[in-house]
Design a protein around this ligand. Structure first.
Ligand code: ADP
Length: 489
């Protein structure tokens, strides 16, 4: 049985075809441009995303015919949101990306009066990260948008919703895991929350129907995919990765090293709350009553720090080079980089924090910057782990890892050293896609249950923690550097 995963990431779009044993039969990937209209603002062109999706599908189907695919699973960068015209299908503005800070002031004001109640209902910390304030911004700033929305002429959606609408020729849906990241979804009732919609000034009618993550919602338009393919899985990227990593019970934790860093622990059938982490829907299997929850730490800049060294500073040519350059030094020589390039997410939640490099001397070279950037990824992961550990019901014995930057051996070893627990790298780094394929496969009977799907999970390498001289001193200095980066903008 062949399962197609469509991974609509922050950096690019990827299509992968898996078989039932988690072998990759074919794949295609394409990056798309990031748009930075102002400092701290990030946008994507939804038409560019859609064109990219069509191209990666076309490339994949050259090798593997669409007619041979049993089901498709869609997974996506979460929270990123757009509005489009129902009749013409044209977006009314670029999508506002999860990292975008344009609504930070609004959220900061709202946090004082509504922070606690919103956390209770949605599991989320009031922050510009989530979709609600971004939809509000679009309705307020695009001429005529609010009126059109009120007249039922606009549709809202995260990237899964947009691409499924295009792929299916008009299905307007999202799944519970994506809905739980909008700040408009009540995670207890599993419904859009009318009072939150009112608070953000968003007509409920523009929101998509919420469906389970593993469930046949419809088929793709054969004019687009060549043959109709059942769309049977929809899941946010981090929840997808957790599914693939077998995070099915408390104590089993995964961390994904992509654009950002996302640590997730499944907490089972009831949501668990922690002050500085997020409570979120993990997935719903077949039915919204079969919803599982997770606790999550979301760090905004992870692999993106390396992307910035490549594209912004141009001191490395490709992300892989960072490993070789960092290894030229035997230590950080006192140089720290806090990559608060779009503020700080978990566990600090400081939208005014900004990037900081400290400890620079005349002897500082590009190797120090590269090493400090890689180390910052590991320190931020420890920051989240420290908070997660406090509320944990089971000890964390190992960290399961994946994502683009998990390919970096230097980073993974340093991660194990600084955490003091083994880091287990998945054989398939594209766990996000694998999770989506797994959820789709489950809906069409490829496996009996999620455990059966997960039996094929394979480990590439385990990084055992080494005794690191001055481990706690290094971490303390990092925390000190973070303090200095805060409340700046
Ligand atoms: P996303 O799904 O968020 O688009 P990916 O999982 O595809 O992200 O990972 C891409 C990110 O990982 C980029 O930010 C890139 O800079 C970083 N990255 C890729 N390879 C490496 C590497 N070898 N070392 C460090 N960072 C890397």
């Amino acid at each position: 049985m062949r399962l197609l995963a469509l991974d609509l990431g922050t950096t690019g779009n990827r299509a992968i075809v898996f078989d039932r044993d988690q072998n990759i039969l074919g794949q295609a990937y394409e990056e798309f441009p990031q748009i930075y209209p102002r400092p701290g603002w990030v946008e994507h062109d939804p038409e560019a995303i859609w064109k990219g999706v069509r191209r990666v599908l076309k490339k994949t189907f050259l090798k593997i015919p669409a007619s041979s695919i049993a089901a498709a699973g869609i997974t996506n960068q979460r929270e990123t949101v757009l509005l489009w015209d129902k009749a013409t299908g044209r977006p009314i503005h670029n999508a506002i990306v999860w990292q975008c800070r344009r609504t930070a002031d609004f959220c900061e004001r709202l946090k004082k009066s509504h922070g606690d109640s919103i956390h209770q209902k949605t599991g989320l910390v009031l922050d510009a990260y989530f979709s609600a304030s971004k939809i509000r911004w679009l309705l307020d700033h695009v001429p005529g948008a609010r009126k059109k929305a009120e007249n039922g002429r606009l549709l809202a959606g995260t990237i899964d919703t947009w691409v499924i609408w295009k792929l299916s020729g008009g299905l307007h849906v999202t799944d519970s895991s994506n809905a739980s990241r909008t700040m408009l979804f009540n995670i207890h009732d599993k419904k859009w929350d009318e009072s939150l919609c009112r608070l953000f000034g968003i007509p409920l009618s523009i929101l998509p129907k919420v469906v389970p993550s593993s469930f046949s919602v419809g088929v793709t338009d054969k004019k687009i995919t060549g043959a109709p393919i059942p769309i049977a899985g929809i899941v946010g990227d981090q929840q997808g990765a957790s599914f693939a990593q077998g995070c099915f019970s408390p104590g089993v934790v995964k961390n994904t090293y992509g654009t950002g860093l996302f640590m997730v622990e499944n907490t089972g059938k009831t949501p668990r709350f922690s002050k500085n982490l997020l409570t979120t829907v993990a997935w719903s299997l077949g039915n919204l009553d079969r919803t599982e929850y997770a606790i999550e730490g979301s760090v905004f800049i992870g692999g993106a720090a390396i992307q910035w060294l490549r594209d912004g500073l141009k001191i490395i040519q490709n992300a892989g080079e960072s490993e070789k350059v960092a290894k030229r030094l035997s230590g950080n020589e006192g140089v720290y980089f806090v990559p608060a390039l779009v503020g700080l997410g978990s566990p600090y939640w400081d939208s005014r924090a900004r990037g900081l490099m400290i400890g620079i001397t005349r002897g500082t070279t590009r190797a120090h910057l590269v090493r400090a950037a890689l180390e910052s990824i590991a320190y931020q992961t420890r920051d989240v782990m420290e908070v997660m550990k406090k509320d944990a019901r089971a000890p964390f014995r190992v960290l399961r890892v994946d994502g683009g930057a998990a390919a970096n051996d230097f980073l993974m070893q340093f991660q194990a050293d600084i955490l003091g627990i083994p880091v287990e790298r998945s054989k398939i780094i594209e766990t996000t896609a694998l999770g989506a394929a797994g959820l789709a496969g489950l809906a069409v009977g490829a496996w009996k249950n999620k455990e059966a799907f997960n039996r094929a999970r394979r480990v590439d390498r385990v990084f055992k923690p080494r005794r690191l001289a001055q481990k706690e001193f290094l971490y303390k200095q990092w925390k000190d550097a973070v303090k200095r980066s805060q409340s700046w903008a």
